[in-house]
Design a protein around this ligand. Structure first.
Ligand code: NAP
Length: 306
């Protein structure tokens, strides 16, 4: 502590800046204690005296909108992305009015390959620093893969995987350089096993889990947090957008607000993954450990056939 107190003084804050790049690294026999580096980081951020900004994809409804509302209530500026201009503008107006924060709206179809670059360019042009990246936009498509529209399957991959990877790759390096930042990638309970009749969607969500947990490990000591969120069924427009038969959806008793609050708690703890939902969600997320894959696929195919 004696080493730290002299740093809590504006005059010495540049020293905090100098220490940050060395967080957790070994330099021969000298290793800065993590606690000192973390305190320097806190000092540096308060010295910057700027509000944090969150970039949220798929913020026009459901889980993304709930993230926007919760982060706004925590006094965080927002950049909201989706295709629905009117919904985003209404939400932006409400949150700006209610919380006196700054909200930017970017209307983009993230299935288009150029969209992520457009998001990045606009953020740079506005000189915004992204502290929270919430890759939430996603959709599924229920049905027999061979009979479904092929272009729609490609769009699932483009949105759920490619846009998420690209935005992460655009914003992670600068977070690492600052030694702070958080990335939340929204996956799903469907990530834990192949899902007949939601094949591309479930595979895309499995990708997100694998990718995000690898990034969590790579960035563990960098000050950047990476969390993958795997909710069970949540009350949103998701099932309608996926043409999912309501009779197969079962009882849905998790809300978007619960997903958001449990995700933020998990992020705070430094977890790599949050499985969100009731007992059955946690049970299903572990099933593939105990039941042979072939047996499970047999039952899932029967259960999810319309
Ligand atoms: N609801 C569930 O049961 C559940 C469970 C597990 C995981 N999830 C995941 O949670 C995430 C959010 O889904 P949700 O449940 O909140 O469903 P939702 O209410 O349908 O919201 C989806 C969001 O994604 C946006 N979006 C869709 N296509 C887009 C595109 N091409 N470009 C940009 N934005 C696009 C939508 O906005 P626009 O239509 O305005 O573009 C909307 O804001 C998804 O990744 C989903 O896979 C949902």
């Amino acid at each position: 502590m004696f080493l730290v107190f002299p740093l809590i003084n504006k005059k010495y804050i540049p020293y905090g800046d100098l220490l940050l790049p060395f967080a957790g690294y070994d330099f021969g026999r000298v290793k800065l204690p993590k606690s000192i580096v973390n305190i320097c980081r806190v000092i540096k951020n308060s010295y910057r005296n700027r509000m944090s900004t969150a970039l949220i994809t798929g913020a026009s409804g459901g889980i993304g909108k709930a993230f926007a509302e919760e982060l706004a209530a925590r006094n965080i500026n927002l950049v909201l992305v989706s295709r629905s201009e009117e919904k985003l503008n209404q939400l932006a107006e409400k949150l700006q009015e209610q919380y006196k924060i700054k909200v930017d709206v970017l209307v983009e179809d993230l299935t288009k390959p150029a969209a992520t670059q457009a998001v990045y360019d606009t953020i740079k042009a506005k000189k915004l620093t992204i502290d929270f990246l919430i890759n939430n936009a996603g959709f599924g498509d229920y049905g027999d893969f061979a009979e479904r529209d092929g272009e729609r399957q490609i769009k699932i991959v483009q949105l759920n995987i490619l846009a998420l990877v690209d935005l992460t790759h655009k914003f992670l390096p600068e977070m690492k350089q600052r030694g702070s930042g958080s990335i939340i990638n929204v996956s799903s309970l469907t990530a834990f096993q192949p899902m007949p009749y939601l094949s591309v969607y479930a595979a895309s969500k499995a990708f997100i889990v694998s990718f995000s947990q690898a990034l969590w490990a790579e960035n563990r000591k960098s000050g950047v947090r990476v969390l993958v969120v795997c909710p069970g069924p949540v009350e949103t427009n998701f099932f309608r957008a996926a043409n999912f038969p309501p009779s197969l959806a079962g009882r849905i008793n998790t809300t978007s607000n619960q997903v958001v609050s449990q995700s933020l708690q998990a992020l705070e703890r430094g977890d790599s993954m949050a499985v969100i939902g009731g007992m059955s969600t946690h049970f299903v997320s572990n099933l593939s450990r105990f039941i042979p894959r072939k047996t499970m696929l047999y039952f899932l195919e029967k259960q999810f056939k319309a």
